[in-house]
Design a binder for this molecule. Structure first.
Ligand code: TK8
Length: 338
């Protein structure tokens, strides 16, 4: 009788601790809605990666973490969404690092003209300690940086003339990302740099409020800029990252398990987004040509002249991010595979 009692007690204790454990595990991942906004359309590399991210998060959380994706800046421009995240009115987004410079000036380091020479170099630096350090600068501003995606090497399009040499920039009204380094770089080239959010760009080109813009091949193709632009000049003047961010206010309220699920999914989305973007970029130029744009490759000598001309803009970067960070990035690039 006594033995039976002890066994029963042991079973009860064990049973209740299992119950306690599963209650805790269930609590660890709650039902949540995540609003994820981005600027390009659903058929872009950005759209495909957003979809994959949402699927990975759903899969890893048994459907409890539901990410709804909002394409084409339907939740607002990069700037507007960043503010919504900081205020806690939106959970997540992906956008250009360049539009974050007003929030964390360290981000300007990625805007250095001709900073990276290859995607491999970019991956090495962005995914390493310096990339993390720059991301971490967002925290005190109310944003959590998760991973960098590839936007890519930027090239010029316009309606005035093919840009074959620096002087061809003269007088071209060029939309640039709203950030002092981009404005400076293209002023140095002789263009009339007009800062505008991406969400207003197609209309601005269509109505001829601006003559041109600069973005990677992928975006020129997916945003159908070929419908409103004649010339594409290959300059590869800067590599642009995108960055996936979360509202810190919201993120801090998640359990460690939830944060882990989102972080793992973000890393998967990063790897597949880069692969997809690079595969698309390899085909994109031929596609753009089929759509009727005239394409010219700027000669290495002229690119060199542009590099020289862009030097004052590099000084703007150094003044903005500080010499130590600028030098750390340079040292990391020197260690990177070509
Ligand atoms: C999309 C932008 C875009 C960027 C730009 O929201 O603004 O030109 O290249 O990708 O972040």
């Amino acid at each position: 009788m006594k033995r039976l009692f002890i066994t029963a007690l042991a079973v009860t204790t064990l049973g209740s601790s299992i119950a306690a454990f599963s209650v805790q595990a269930a609590d660890d991942v709650r039902s949540r809605m995540i609003r994820f906004g981005y600027g390009l359309n659903e058929d872009s590399n950005q759209g495909r990666a957003a979809k994959l991210l949402a699927e990975e998060i759903a899969k890893a959380s048994d459907g409890k973490l539901k990410m709804r994706t909002f394409a084409s800046a339907s939740l607002g421009s990069d700037d507007q969404m960043q503010n919504a995240l900081m205020g806690g009115a939106q959970e997540m987004m992906v956008g250009s690092t360049a539009t974050l410079v007003g929030i964390a000036e360290e981000m300007a380091v990625w805007d250095t003209p001709f900073l990276f020479e290859s995607e491999k170099q970019a991956d090495h630096v962005l995914d390493g300690p310096i990339g993390q350090k720059v991301m971490d600068a967002l925290q005190e501003k109310g944003l959590v940086g998760l991973v960098y995606w590839e936007n890519g090497f930027r090239n010029l399009t316009n309606n005035v003339r093919p840009v074959e040499k620096m002087e061809d920039f003269n007088g071209i009204k060029l939309r640039v990302m709203p950030n002092p380094v981009f404005i400076d770089t293209f002023k140095q080239m002789g263009a009339n740099a007009v800062p505008l959010p991406f969400s207003e760009l197609f209309t601005a080109l269509e109505t001829k409020a601006v003559d041109g813009q600069e973005n990677p091949y992928n975006t020129i193709l997916s945003s159908k800029f070929y419908e409103v632009q004649k010339y594409l000049s290959v300059t590869n003047h800067v590599y642009s990252p995108w960055i996936v961010t979360a509202s810190k206010r919201w993120w801090d309220g998640l359990s460690a398990t939830e944060q882990g699920i989102i972080m793992d999914a973000a890393k998967k989305s990063r790897d597949s987004e880069r692969e997809d973007t690079r595969a698309e970029a390899r085909e994109a130029l031929a596609q753009i040509e089929k759509h009727g744009m005239a394409i010219n490759k700027v000669s290495p000598e002229e690119v060199q002249r542009m590099r020289e001309q862009a030097k004052p803009a590099i000084q703007t970067v150094i003044d903005t991010v500080g010499e130590p960070l600028f030098n750390e990035v340079q040292a990391e690039i020197a260690k990177a595979p070509k």
